[in-house]
Design a protein. Structure first.
Lengths: 234, 638
């Protein structure tokens, strides 16, 4: 029998297994703490800071996806400091990149009353869509820098290490070695990165082309010419 | 692809680092960069293959650090500081003047590839502003109007009533002989390691890098932690704008640092130490290397030291242009050959530090206190300072102070007394504000002049002691310009990992720049507060957590600064150089190379014969700040 821990979340007593994160502990009582960078298949880095909660006795807000429940902890998941931080982070995201396909983030913005136009006259992240391989496109104007793609390509899953970062700070971007095209890297087109991308930044090429109004037949011709050859044989 | 000869040449340069694998990446990149001045794609691919590091990872590392170049740069790289203290002395004008003289724009390389001129964040030479770095050499006291500057070993300007930490500072590099052959280390070796830790605890020493964590507690934690090997790391990445004390300590008295690290290693059971030196102090590297060689020759580093079983040696690692690498866990990442992203804490370095092993990481000044404490004993050490803030502290006074420099004072003197030591405000002008603690600090006004400089008193007054920065601003200064520079600094240095800081420092910069331009938008003070408090409350590391402290304190003190209806920042507030373009800079009278070092050596020999007390009384008055007529125009070589 695993040891349990008893703590208080938003005034409610909760008993959880030892080693449970505050995020999971809250979910056990139906409280959904918002997250962006968190994913069950990747190492938690606690970098988006959307999941921060207020823990009594701690000077700073704590990332719920990382901090483990401890005996007699008193946690507030929506205190004034927490909501101010979440709302501001969301507003800053809205002023930085294209959130049109980040449905979860858009929902959070509604929940926290975030004003998309709060920060006018900002340097936005613009990018040209990178379409350099048969399997997926990269639209970094939509990239949230959640790190998940880099992680699954590295030691969280694939050990392929095809992508990393360029720049620093606000100018950070996901990049390949000297900006080489995907076929020139170690990428094996496994699709793991596309699978964990929370926005439309990484998208299957087929989906991308369908969205642009191409028909499945046209895409078939484009991709391999197999369809054409099949028709000729008949 | 590299030609065979090129490949062989490169291999020779990086050979010493290949065995280190990933951890050898930054040294290997530095060595390779020396060959052509920059890192081309085939060179980087060869390094990645030799060290067995994924290509994309190596690319990511180069992109993170400003001192690595993956595009061609000039043979000479002239980096002009335009941060706070240099801005007050016309740093912008120096940049402008030099760009005009060499026909390039800031950040650009000349057509013939001879020179790149760029602005750079604080170079740690604030008391000698305005300054620049030319490849590995420092240019200080740049005087555009008279077309002169000082080149070579920067001066050490030390003042204050105490000379405990700065006993060997102010007269060139102190040799091993001049230092005294590590008597405190020898005394420690005769004690049990636990007793050494206990003595540091009893002395009440706390960290001097800004976080002020109790050093004895840190050492005890590492000593009792599981895991081998353990490490001692010296954080010599001094990059907080307005801080230059570690620079002076390192260049004038490297042996005190080595001795402090030896004692720490002995206390916690570590055999390896690292000194992480910021890349913008390249002129200190040869001084440290010489001192380590001296110590090894004298059997004070290496194996079976002083006949005991204790072994300890030290490796130097050079930073590559990232203020964030002064954060302890980001520093570890850097030594490990990665981008300088801070780690989540807990776990703390004492249990999971460098290479995941128990590590003690201390600031340079903190380690200088260690031999003092062991030599004198905790009780004697505590006779200076206050009950809660024992010992002495180095303050870095710069800006509009009468005599900028490093001042060693006992904890407990007031801000007024410290400013008096530094000759008050230059030209007797009224004081407008003092920035405490650096860019990550807060503003004080004349209302705070009688606050005692102790941890407890400053905390009560809502001011951070930080690394000891005391930057003075007179009544002429437009603080909006300073705030915009602070904003640019943090945006430039944010690592980009966590959202509050990656986004917040950029948003903060944008608002501060509008305010400095006289165009604030409605709601800007509220934007600054929301962004500021979000960064303070929710950032992953100390950089983001303190990026808004100065701004938030300014909003409290001078709310009108942030409201519309003001004209943009005027030139006089920035301290620009004179308008008329001066003639192209010419080298002036050159002294014989090495003369300063020979003179310094003579002086040290004379002083050690005379005895320590003579040194202390002689060093009581700081060197005159204003250079003599002949000194000003001389370009001093090392």
């Amino acid at each position: 029998m695993a040891e349990t821990v008893s703590l208080e979340i938003d005034g409610q007593q909760v008993v959880v297994e030892q080693g449970t994160s505050l995020l999971d502990a809250a979910r056990q009582i139906g409280k959904d703490i918002p997250t962006v960078c968190y994913h069950t298949a990747t190492t938690s880095n606690g970098l988006c800071r959307l999941c921060v909660v207020e823990v009594e006795g701690q000077r700073l807000l704590q990332p719920a996806c990382i901090v483990k429940a401890a005996a007699d902890m008193k946690v507030q998941t929506r205190s004034e400091r927490v909501t101010r931080a979440r709302k501001t982070i969301l507003e800053m995201l809205a002023s930085t990149m294209d959130l049109s396909e980040a449905s979860e983030v858009l929902r959070m913005m509604e929940d926290y009353g975030a004003v998309p136009a709060r920060f006018p006259a900002t340097a936005r992240r613009e990018a040209v869509v990178k379409d350099d391989n048969p399997m997926y496109i990269r639209d970094y104007a939509k990239c949230l820098l959640c790190w998940r793609c880099v992680q699954v390509c590295a030691d969280d899953a694939q050990y392929t290490f095809a992508i990393n970062f360029s720049g620093r700070g606000y100018e950070t971007q996901i990049a390949t070695f000297f900006d080489r095209s995907i076929p020139e890297t170690t990428c094996v087109l496994c699709g793991q990165c596309v699978g964990v991308c929370p926005t439309g930044a990484l998208k299957a090429k087929r989906e991308y082309l369908l969205e642009r109004g191409m028909s499945p037949e046209e895409i078939g011709v484009l991709s391999s010419g197999k369809k054409q050859r099949r028709e000729k044989r008949n | 692809m590299l030609a065979d000869q090129e490949r062989a040449g490169l291999r020779r340069e990086i050979e010493p680092f290949v065995a280190l694998g990933r951890s050898g990446l930054l040294p290997a990149l530095y060595a390779a960069q020396q060959l052509h001045g920059w890192l081309s794609e085939p060179v980087v691919a060869a390094i990645a293959a030799a060290l067995r590091v994924p290509l994309a990872d190596v690319h990511g590392v180069i992109e993170f650090y400003t001192l690595f170049h993956n595009k061609p740069v000039g043979k000479r790289i002239l980096s002009v500081c335009t941060d706070l203290a240099c801005a007050l002395r016309g740093g912008d004008g120096v940049l402008e003047h030099l760009c005009r003289a060499h026909h390039v724009r800031p950040g650009q390389t000349s057509a013939d590839g001879g020179i790149t001129i760029q602005s750079t964040p604080c170079l740690g030479l604030c008391e000698q502003a305005p300054v620049a770095l030319v490849n590995d050499q420092a240019e200080t006291h740049i005087d555009v109007a008279n077309d002169s500057y000082e080149l070579g070993r920067p001066r050490s300007i030390v003042g204050g009533p105490l000379r405990l930490l700065t006993a060997n500072c102010g007269h060139g590099t102190t040799s091993l002989q001049g230092h005294g052959e590590y008597s405190a280390f020898k005394k420690a070796l005769a004690m049990k390691p636990e007793a050494v830790v206990a003595e540091i605890k009893a002395a009440g020493l706390v960290g001097r890098g800004g976080a002020a964590f109790p050093t004895g507690v840190k050492w005890a934690g590492a000593a009792s932690a599981d895991g081998l090997p353990k490490y001692v790391v010296c954080n010599a990445d001094e990059s907080e704008p307005g801080t230059f004390k570690d620079r002076v300590l390192l260049i004038d008295d490297p042996h005190s640092l080595i001795e402090g690290m030896l004692i720490a290693g002995y206390a916690i059971g570590a055999e390896r130490g690292y000194i992480y030196l910021r890349g913008e102090y390249p002129y200190i590297l040869p001084v440290l290397e010489s001192a380590l060689a001296e110590a090894r020759s004298a059997g004070l580093l290496g194996t079976s030291l002083q006949g005991s079983g204790f072994c300890f040696d030290i490796e130097i690692r050079l930073g590559a242009g990232a203020y964030i690498c002064g954060e302890e866990t980001a520093l570890f990442e850097s030594i490990e050959g990665k981008r300088g992203f801070p780690r989540v804490k807990p776990p703390f370095p004492t249990t999971y530090g460098l290479f995941g092993k128990p590590t003690v990481i201390n600031n340079v000044e903190t380690l200088f206190n260690v031999p003092l404490i062991i030599q004198r004993g905790a009780a004697e050490y505590r006779r200076i300072g206050t009950e809660k803030s024992p010992g002495s502290k180095l303050f870095c006074v710069s800006g509009d102070a009468g005599r900028p420099g490093v001042y060693e004072v006992p904890f407990g003197i007031t801000l007024r007394e410290l400013l008096d030591l530094a000759d008050g405000v230059a030209e007797g002008r009224p004081l407008k504000a003092v920035l405490f603690g650096g860019a990550a600090g807060a503003f004080a006004t004349s209302a705070h002049l009688d606050v005692k400089l102790t941890f407890e008193d400053l905390r009560a007054a809502g001011l951070p002691l930080g690394s000891g920065v005391v930057m003075v601003f007179d009544d002429r200064r437009d603080l909006r310009d300073l705030l915009a520079r602070l904003g640019r600094f943090f945006a430039h240095e944010s690592c980009g990992k966590c959202y509050p800081c990656q986004l917040g420092t950029q948003r903060q910069k944008e608002v501060l720049e509008r305010i400095a331009a006289g165009n604030p938008l409605r709601g800007d003070p509220e934007r600054l507060q929301d962004v500021g408090w979000t960064m303070t409350d929710a950032s992953l590391c100390g950089l983001g957590q303190t990026a808004a402290t100065a701004v938030l304190s300014a909003i409290q003190l001078w709310p009108d600064l942030f409201r519309p209806g003001r004209s943009p920042v005027q030139d006089s507030g920035r301290g620009r150089a004179k308008a008329s373009p001066p003639p192209r800079r010419q080298p002036r009278k050159k002294t014989k190379p090495g003369i300063s070092r020979r003179l310094a050596k003579k002086t040290i020999a004379r002083r050690s014969r005379a005895g320590a007390s003579a040194t202390r009384s002689a060093a009581r008055k700081p060197a005159a700040r204003r250079p003599r007529a002949d000194q000003k125009k001389v370009r001093r070589s090392q």
